[in-house]
Design a protein around this ligand. Sequence first.
Ligand code: PLP
Length: 388
Amino acid sequence: MRENDATAPPREALVDASAIEHNVRVLREITGTPECIAVVKANGYGHGALTAARAALAGGATRLGVADVREALALREAGITAPVIAWLHAPDVDFTEAVRSGVEIGLSSLEQVRAAADAGARTSRRADVHLKLETGLGRNGAHRSEWHDLFAAAAAEEAEGHLRVIGIFSHLSGTSRADDLAQAEAFHDGIALAERHGLDGRLRHIAATAAAIDIPEARLDAVRVGIGIYGVSPLADRTPSDLGLRPAMTVRSRVAAVRRVAAGHGASYGYRYRAPRETTYALVPLGYADGMPRQASNAGPVAIRGERFRVAGTIAMDQFVVDVGDLPVEVGDEVLVFGDPSHGAPLAEEWAEAAGTIGYEIVTRIGPRVERTVVGDQRDGPARERRA
Ligand SMILES: *Cc1c(COP(=O)(O)O)cnc(C)c1O
């Protein structure tokens, strides 16, 4: 890690593609499922969708998952040819472009089965679909009372050559092992019913990262792993390294100003922090516009010169203050906000804890002002590559 490097950007997210690759390999080993769907929605959880997609495929992912068709099409336009599935659609969705681009679609209703079949008929290229069953989460997916009609319609459209049912899936709440197993049981009822409609031997997938790790019964034919591939733990009681995972994103900054202050001096809006004694305030040019949660005021951890500090006072839009005591901190010093603890950085999970949220939200919300730098990507030649 650089210190006092005048060429380093003031706000930077280093994305380690080799960590994503490693994490996929680890998750594949843990789960042993025939297929592994790497979830790269929301710009690869903030890491860059294309970077994440390439690294995940290099690590052994067999498919990619995103929320909506536009995200899938962006991957296609960038040259990703691997299977991609998109599962969340607008009410008036038109699947023509998805089918034309070979994007697989998750279908949650009879209307969506019709829309996919229409798109298949129009393009004379069968729509590749996964049928989504609602088994308790209360989000999308066909409700149990609709399964019969859904399977009947899908089987009929498949016979017509308009679509092909590649998979059947659901999504777990992660409330407890018992709740997840109850959903898995409901899912098996759905699978059995699908088989009675001739839809057997399809890819069954229900587990995201947490269940992929903790609930072997939910692994089935494929797991859909998102957060784990980025090296962030979905489990409150285990860190990434407990799981053999490496955090892929390091957010860092450089000290923009230092100021010696007297005891009692306030820090930032509302003086929610006052220096307990004469001390040094270091200013870090990262704020809530960059994804630093304001809820982590007076709490978020950083590392400067190998020492740990907490945010002093309110996190503002563009900046926050750190009370570094008597440490001889200088303008330009590197500030590690979160990343891989083996490099001395706090974990994204610690920021999550400080803000009362989850690691997912911390990495996903890193803003556009933070320059992404991809490292550890050997396939493009130079080990270090800059993508804004
Ligand atoms: C986001 C998402 C995933 C990935 O979940 P993680 O907890 O990040 O592994 C899997 N499946 C669906 C349907 C999702 O929306």
